[in-house]
Design a protein around this ligand. Sequence first.
Ligand SMILES: Cc1cc2nc3c(=O)[nH]c(=O)nc-3n(C[C@H](O)[C@H](O)[C@H](O)COP(=O)(O)O)c2cc1C
Length: 214
Amino acid sequence: MSEERKIQGRSEYGKASLSEEDAGMDPMKLFLAWLDEAERTGQPEHNTMMLSTVGSMSISCRVVLLRQADDRGFVFYTNYNSRKAMDLERDPRAALTFFWPALERQVRVEGRTVKVPAEESDAYFASRPRESRIGAWSSDQSRVVEDRATMDERFRRWSERFEGKEVPRPEHWGGFLVRPVRIELWQGRENRLHDRFAYERFQDGSWQRMRLQP
Ligand SMILES: Cc1cc2nc3c(=O)[nH]c(=O)nc-3n(C[C@H](O)[C@H](O)[C@H](O)COP(=O)(O)O)c2cc1C
Protein backbone atom coordinates (compact mmCIF):
# COMPACT_ATOMS: atom_id res chain seq x y z
CA MET A 1 0.00 0.00 0.00
CA SER A 2 1.39 3.41 -0.85
CA GLU A 3 2.09 5.88 1.92
CA GLU A 4 -0.32 8.77 2.27
CA ARG A 5 1.32 12.08 2.91
CA LYS A 6 -0.46 15.27 3.96
CA ILE A 7 1.59 18.28 2.96
CA GLN A 8 1.99 20.99 5.57
CA GLY A 9 2.75 24.60 4.76
CA ARG A 10 0.50 27.59 4.70
CA SER A 11 1.57 31.21 4.77
CA GLU A 12 -0.37 34.33 5.46
CA TYR A 13 0.54 37.09 3.02
CA GLY A 14 0.26 40.80 3.53
CA LYS A 15 3.69 42.43 3.35
CA ALA A 16 2.65 44.74 0.55
CA SER A 17 -0.23 45.69 -1.70
CA LEU A 18 -0.65 46.63 -5.34
CA SER A 19 -3.06 49.42 -6.17
CA GLU A 20 -4.24 50.60 -9.59
CA GLU A 21 -2.04 53.64 -9.13
CA ASP A 22 1.09 51.60 -8.31
CA ALA A 23 0.38 49.11 -11.08
CA GLY A 24 0.20 51.73 -13.86
CA MET A 25 -0.53 50.89 -17.47
CA ASP A 26 2.82 49.40 -18.53
CA PRO A 27 3.38 45.87 -17.18
CA MET A 28 7.01 45.71 -18.40
CA LYS A 29 7.82 48.80 -16.36
CA LEU A 30 6.22 47.24 -13.29
CA PHE A 31 7.93 43.90 -13.94
CA LEU A 32 11.33 45.59 -14.19
CA ALA A 33 10.69 47.45 -10.93
CA TRP A 34 9.79 44.14 -9.23
CA LEU A 35 12.83 42.41 -10.72
CA ASP A 36 15.09 45.24 -9.47
CA GLU A 37 13.55 44.96 -6.03
CA ALA A 38 14.06 41.19 -6.02
CA GLU A 39 17.73 41.72 -6.83
CA ARG A 40 18.22 44.61 -4.42
CA THR A 41 16.67 42.69 -1.52
CA GLY A 42 18.80 39.61 -2.23
CA GLN A 43 16.12 37.16 -3.36
CA PRO A 44 17.95 33.91 -4.18
CA GLU A 45 18.14 33.19 -7.90
CA HIS A 46 15.99 36.26 -8.50
CA ASN A 47 16.25 35.89 -12.30
CA THR A 48 15.00 32.30 -12.51
CA MET A 49 11.75 31.65 -14.32
CA MET A 50 9.70 28.57 -15.14
CA LEU A 51 9.33 28.15 -18.87
CA SER A 52 6.46 26.06 -20.21
CA THR A 53 6.32 24.83 -23.78
CA VAL A 54 3.84 22.83 -25.82
CA GLY A 55 5.05 19.55 -27.26
CA SER A 56 3.32 17.29 -29.75
CA MET A 57 2.33 14.85 -26.98
CA SER A 58 2.51 16.91 -23.79
CA ILE A 59 3.26 20.21 -22.13
CA SER A 60 6.54 20.56 -20.26
CA CYS A 61 8.06 23.01 -17.84
CA ARG A 62 11.57 23.77 -16.62
CA VAL A 63 13.63 26.54 -15.00
CA VAL A 64 15.73 28.89 -17.13
CA LEU A 65 17.54 32.14 -16.40
CA LEU A 66 16.25 35.50 -17.57
CA ARG A 67 19.16 37.23 -19.29
CA GLN A 68 17.57 40.33 -20.79
CA ALA A 69 14.25 42.10 -20.30
CA ASP A 70 13.11 45.17 -22.19
CA ASP A 71 10.20 46.51 -24.26
CA ARG A 72 10.56 43.55 -26.64
CA GLY A 73 10.06 41.01 -23.86
CA PHE A 74 12.06 38.33 -22.01
CA VAL A 75 15.26 36.67 -23.27
CA PHE A 76 16.79 33.36 -22.18
CA TYR A 77 19.60 31.27 -23.68
CA THR A 78 19.64 27.59 -24.43
CA ASN A 79 20.56 24.82 -26.85
CA TYR A 80 18.58 25.13 -30.10
CA ASN A 81 18.41 21.32 -30.36
CA SER A 82 17.02 20.82 -26.86
CA ARG A 83 13.55 19.54 -26.12
CA LYS A 84 12.28 23.04 -25.27
CA ALA A 85 13.73 24.46 -28.52
CA MET A 86 12.14 21.64 -30.56
CA ASP A 87 8.83 22.41 -28.87
CA LEU A 88 9.17 26.11 -29.68
CA GLU A 89 10.06 25.36 -33.29
CA ARG A 90 6.77 23.47 -33.65
CA ASP A 91 4.70 25.84 -31.56
CA PRO A 92 6.17 29.20 -30.55
CA ARG A 93 3.74 29.71 -27.68
CA ALA A 94 5.39 29.82 -24.27
CA ALA A 95 4.53 30.71 -20.69
CA LEU A 96 6.88 32.03 -18.01
CA THR A 97 6.39 32.18 -14.25
CA PHE A 98 8.52 34.12 -11.78
CA PHE A 99 8.07 33.56 -8.05
CA TRP A 100 9.73 35.61 -5.32
CA PRO A 101 8.43 33.97 -2.12
CA ALA A 102 9.82 36.46 0.40
CA LEU A 103 8.25 39.33 -1.53
CA GLU A 104 5.00 37.35 -1.90
CA ARG A 105 5.00 38.07 -5.61
CA GLN A 106 4.34 36.08 -8.74
CA VAL A 107 4.54 37.19 -12.37
CA ARG A 108 2.99 35.19 -15.19
CA VAL A 109 3.77 35.80 -18.84
CA GLU A 110 2.21 34.30 -21.97
CA GLY A 111 3.61 34.97 -25.38
CA ARG A 112 5.28 33.83 -28.54
CA THR A 113 8.96 33.16 -28.99
CA VAL A 114 11.40 34.11 -31.71
CA LYS A 115 15.13 33.48 -31.83
CA VAL A 116 17.18 36.57 -30.98
CA PRO A 117 19.47 37.90 -33.74
CA ALA A 118 22.74 35.92 -34.06
CA GLU A 119 24.84 38.96 -33.10
CA GLU A 120 22.95 39.26 -29.82
CA SER A 121 23.59 35.57 -29.03
CA ASP A 122 27.26 36.04 -30.01
CA ALA A 123 27.64 38.97 -27.63
CA TYR A 124 26.03 37.13 -24.73
CA PHE A 125 27.96 33.91 -25.42
CA ALA A 126 31.24 35.84 -25.41
CA SER A 127 30.43 37.19 -21.95
CA ARG A 128 30.11 33.69 -20.43
CA PRO A 129 32.95 32.00 -18.53
CA ARG A 130 35.23 29.93 -20.79
CA GLU A 131 34.20 26.65 -19.12
CA SER A 132 30.51 27.35 -19.74
CA ARG A 133 31.31 28.09 -23.39
CA ILE A 134 33.12 24.77 -23.70
CA GLY A 135 30.19 23.14 -21.91
CA ALA A 136 27.86 24.43 -24.63
CA TRP A 137 29.97 22.55 -27.22
CA SER A 138 30.16 19.41 -25.07
CA SER A 139 26.48 18.84 -24.30
CA ASP A 140 23.75 17.62 -26.63
CA GLN A 141 21.17 19.00 -24.26
CA SER A 142 18.12 16.78 -23.65
CA ARG A 143 19.69 13.71 -25.36
CA VAL A 144 20.29 10.44 -23.55
CA VAL A 145 23.90 9.72 -22.55
CA GLU A 146 25.50 6.44 -21.52
CA ASP A 147 27.08 7.67 -18.32
CA ARG A 148 28.79 10.59 -16.55
CA ALA A 149 32.22 9.54 -17.79
CA THR A 150 31.14 10.03 -21.41
CA MET A 151 30.15 13.61 -20.63
CA ASP A 152 33.38 14.36 -18.78
CA GLU A 153 35.40 12.85 -21.61
CA ARG A 154 33.55 14.97 -24.17
CA PHE A 155 34.25 18.11 -22.13
CA ARG A 156 37.94 17.16 -21.93
CA ARG A 157 38.16 16.66 -25.69
CA TRP A 158 36.48 19.98 -26.50
CA SER A 159 38.78 21.71 -23.97
CA GLU A 160 41.79 20.26 -25.79
CA ARG A 161 40.41 21.31 -29.14
CA PHE A 162 40.02 24.92 -28.02
CA GLU A 163 43.29 25.12 -26.10
CA GLY A 164 44.87 28.54 -26.67
CA LYS A 165 41.94 29.58 -28.87
CA GLU A 166 38.80 31.62 -28.52
CA VAL A 167 35.66 29.51 -27.98
CA PRO A 168 33.10 30.64 -30.60
CA ARG A 169 29.35 30.27 -30.16
CA PRO A 170 28.06 26.99 -31.56
CA GLU A 171 25.29 27.55 -34.10
CA HIS A 172 23.05 25.29 -32.05
CA TRP A 173 23.19 27.59 -29.03
CA GLY A 174 21.48 30.96 -28.64
CA GLY A 175 18.72 33.09 -27.27
CA PHE A 176 14.96 33.06 -27.47
CA LEU A 177 12.86 36.16 -26.97
CA VAL A 178 9.42 35.64 -25.43
CA ARG A 179 7.25 38.47 -26.77
CA PRO A 180 4.47 38.86 -24.24
CA VAL A 181 0.81 39.09 -25.19
CA ARG A 182 -0.36 38.79 -21.60
CA ILE A 183 1.38 39.60 -18.31
CA GLU A 184 -0.08 39.17 -14.85
CA LEU A 185 1.44 40.58 -11.66
CA TRP A 186 0.30 39.05 -8.39
CA GLN A 187 0.86 40.42 -4.91
CA GLY A 188 -0.08 38.26 -1.93
CA ARG A 189 -2.57 39.88 0.46
CA GLU A 190 -4.38 39.11 3.70
CA ASN A 191 -7.14 36.47 3.81
CA ARG A 192 -6.20 35.20 0.35
CA LEU A 193 -7.61 38.39 -1.17
CA HIS A 194 -4.55 38.92 -3.30
CA ASP A 195 -4.05 41.79 -5.75
CA ARG A 196 -3.91 40.62 -9.36
CA PHE A 197 -3.50 42.78 -12.43
CA ALA A 198 -3.56 41.18 -15.87
CA TYR A 199 -2.48 43.12 -18.94
CA GLU A 200 -3.24 42.16 -22.53
CA ARG A 201 -1.38 43.65 -25.44
CA PHE A 202 -3.19 45.25 -28.40
CA GLN A 203 -1.82 45.11 -31.96
CA ASP A 204 -0.49 48.68 -31.64
CA GLY A 205 1.61 47.66 -28.62
CA SER A 206 -0.55 49.38 -26.01
CA TRP A 207 -1.85 47.44 -22.99
CA GLN A 208 -5.28 46.87 -21.54
CA ARG A 209 -5.34 46.31 -17.78
CA MET A 210 -7.82 44.27 -15.75
CA ARG A 211 -8.01 43.57 -12.04
CA LEU A 212 -8.68 39.87 -11.46
CA GLN A 213 -10.26 38.19 -8.49
CA PRO A 214 -7.78 36.23 -6.45
C1 LIG B 1 18.41 27.46 -11.55
C2 LIG B 1 18.41 26.84 -12.93
C3 LIG B 1 18.75 27.62 -14.01
C4 LIG B 1 18.75 27.08 -15.31
N1 LIG B 1 19.01 27.89 -16.37
C5 LIG B 1 18.97 27.38 -17.62
C6 LIG B 1 19.14 28.23 -18.77
O1 LIG B 1 19.26 29.47 -18.67
N2 LIG B 1 19.11 27.65 -19.98
C7 LIG B 1 18.93 26.31 -20.16
O2 LIG B 1 18.94 25.85 -21.30
N3 LIG B 1 18.73 25.49 -19.10
C8 LIG B 1 18.74 25.99 -17.84
N4 LIG B 1 18.52 25.17 -16.77
C9 LIG B 1 18.28 23.73 -17.02
C10 LIG B 1 16.83 23.53 -17.47
O3 LIG B 1 15.97 23.58 -16.34
C11 LIG B 1 16.63 22.19 -18.20
O4 LIG B 1 17.04 21.12 -17.40
C12 LIG B 1 17.40 22.12 -19.53
O5 LIG B 1 17.33 23.36 -20.22
C13 LIG B 1 16.85 21.03 -20.42
O6 LIG B 1 15.47 21.24 -20.66
P1 LIG B 1 14.71 20.57 -21.90
O7 LIG B 1 15.21 19.16 -21.99
O8 LIG B 1 13.26 20.66 -21.57
O9 LIG B 1 15.05 21.38 -23.13
C14 LIG B 1 18.46 25.70 -15.49
C15 LIG B 1 18.12 24.92 -14.38
C16 LIG B 1 18.07 25.48 -13.12
C17 LIG B 1 17.64 24.62 -11.96
